[in-house]
Design a protein around this ligand. Structure first.
Ligand SMILES: [Zn+2]
Ligand SMILES: [Zn+2]
Length: 299
């Protein structure tokens, strides 16, 4: 591991710090401006949501994950972890307790981050669940986690209802500040602000979860830890559609297996520097479409 830390020197990792501050400023700024664009041109605002909006939401989601791992030592990771979680309407305590098991129980039904309800026995219900997960995105899974995790025997001791209430207060505070600034500065009605923010929220939720589904969607593997981990999918980066997907989602899926096989090394912003495992699984977006199809037709 130490040799790989030399391939990605500490200085290079430290230079990622400004990006964290930048994301914390640009996302609220974007959300503040979006309603102004929406009232002038719905079409233009949709294009903006599908480009800059997706770029910013997935960026902040990646940074929540990276603050969890404390990959960038030069920033107050706990502070940004909470702040970014509030910006994406997440309760930070949920991901805080489940993400460790995404690593140890990867590609099993016990991975509560991916399968908060475990294996749904009824295949029809499982298909419906998968459909909703694909269409609504991460906020659907999070909504279920929010009910399951505080009652789960492995996690309930580390979940507080006061922390949950604080999260709700912070979501309201953040979106009221951004929304009311937009109302006042651009002279808009509440409806003109709420509608684009809601659509943008869904678009962001959808794309954040597509990253996760590329890597682990519908993937249940029998075997020891290494066998399970090695089935983690990586998105090929040679086609134009794949390149665009990886660019707009910050390359999280490009070498995701490295995040599992050498979790102590911050690899995402530095692709093609470390050797991929010999039998790493690569898929294209067409293969990914087939994964989604299997999830909704076979469960
Ligand atoms: Zn992780
Ligand atoms: Zn993963």
């Amino acid at each position: 591991m130490s040799c790989y830390n030399q391939v990605i020197p500490k200085e290079l990792v430290r230079r990622q710090a400004p990006k964290v501050y930048l994301a914390a400023i640009i996302l609220p700024l974007y959300l503040f401006c979006l309603p102004f664009v929406f009232v002038r041109s719905v079409m233009l605002s949709i294009v903006l949501m599908l480009t800059l909006g997706v770029y910013l939401s997935t960026w902040v989601a990646c940074l929540i994950h990276e603050c969890w791992h404390k990959y960038i030592p030069a920033v107050p990771n706990d502070f940004f972890y909470n702040l970014f979680s509030y910006m994406l309407v997440l309760d930070p305590q949920i991901y805080r307790v489940v993400h460790g098991h995404h690593h140890s129980k990867v590609n099993t039904w016990e991975d509560v981050e991916f399968h908060p309800l475990g294996k749904i026995r009824n295949v029809h219900l499982r298909r419906i669940y998968n459909f909703l997960e694909i269409v609504l995105g991460v906020i659907f899974v999070f909504g279920i986690q929010m009910h399951v995790v505080p009652r789960h025997p492995d996690y309930r001791d580390r979940c507080r209802s006061s922390t949950h209430r604080l999260s709700i207060a912070m979501w309201l505070l953040f979106y009221s500040l951004v929304g009311s600034s937009s109302v006042v500065v651009f002279n808009l009605s509440a409806r003109q602000v709420v509608i684009p923010l809601l659509i943008n929220f869904w678009v962001g939720s959808f794309f954040i979860h597509q990253i996760q589904l590329v890597e682990h969607g519908g993937l249940i593997v029998e075997g020891n830890f290494r066998q399970r981990m090695m089935q983690t999918r990586n998105l090929k980066h040679d086609g134009p559609a794949e390149k665009l997907f990886l660019f707009i989602t910050h390359g999280d899926s490009r070498e995701h297996i490295l995040h599992h096989s050498m979790v102590g090394v911050y690899t995402r912003p530095f692709p093609a520097r470390l050797p991929m495992p010999e039998n790493a699984v690569y898929i294209s977006l067409i293969d990914y479409a087939a994964v989604l199809w299997r999830m909704v037709t076979k469960g």
